[in-house]
Design a protein around this ligand. Sequence first.
Ligand SMILES: Cc1ncc(COP(=O)(O)O)c(C=O)c1O
Length: 389
Amino acid sequence: MKLYTDRFILTPGPTGIPHCVRMALARETTNPDLDPGFLSEYDKVRSMLRDLLGARSASIYIMVGEAILGLEAAIANLVKPGDRVLVVANGVFGEGFADIVKAYRGAPILVGASDEEWRRSIEASTIDRELERSKDVSIVTLVHCDTPSAILNDLRSVAKVVKEHGALLVVDAVSSIGGVPIEFDKNGVDVLIGGSQKVLNAPAGLTIIAISEAAWEAIDRVNYSGLYLNLRMWRESLDTHGVFPYTMSDVLTYALEEALKALFNEGLDSVYGRHLMARRASWRALEALGLTPFPASINDSSPTVTAFLTPSGINDGELRNHLWRKYGVMLAGSWGRLQGRVIRVGHMGVQASRTHLLIAYTTLAKALRDFGREASVSRVVDAIESELS
Ligand SMILES: Cc1ncc(COP(=O)(O)O)c(C=O)c1O
């Protein structure tokens, strides 16, 4: 017998999808290539993204394909064989950029890759030192929120130092956009990639990519010759001729539009404040449960996801399986060097709410008790409530 009727997907993406976004998926479909109404709707979504990212001067494209596509497009269009690229590798996706750079025959230089550095946001001074040493580096990659460890890197200080060295900054903001301010123009980001299935609570399947004027100059110089990932082709087709280079998904675009409307209806200040509150409440809940957060301090931790060390003597897969089967709550494990060592709770978009936080941590408390550990449900509730206002 199932002991629950609802399912709570409290993973850091894909997340549960709210009703209004699901309804958009059921809208009447069209031919996206031929319907001029669809092109204006796509442009409206681009304009909402421009507001969300604070990217007034950037080109923005929404491409069909999961977020990895955007990461690969950025590197494919910017890196020539032999180019040295500084890769901030303080997390699974941070390190992963090096593989993409190598795939395009670039030469990555890694910083922040030690176990100890994986628990902290990167220091801008580390990047400064490396750029001072390696004068030929013209591109730096950074992951804003490295989801598998919940680390949040500081965009502003990193962008500042990268600019001082005249390099371009490529940012993976897949699990931060919609939950943490980006300020693309103000911070001086050059290429930024987002995804649909994380904080935006839309289905997986779209990549969002924003490109600065400085990045375009480099892209024009590199002159990448591929097809689908060719950003010059997207610019030429969409911005010069007003046609899609490849068939766009209308329903996924409608879903993203609905998700963005929900953010603007709530107001971005409230949205960002709600995510900060979710981070505080999560850290208090971990404390009440005697669990150890993975990032070294709350300020190194993303407002969109909380990671903690798997309690010793418990198998993370068994604990999460138990939570799912008995309580209908899905939490995530992690990958790579964190596999089995870290468990994660998503508080992305709609998950950053009183209901979701209470469900995540009270059922975690119950599951820990089922595994013979001491855990007080009422202490967890008090801890979370003390942060909710
Ligand atoms: C920080 C980060 N970058 C990139 C990705 C890849 O996104 P996708 O699964 O949409 O390709 C993820 C997915 O978990 C992520 O968390």
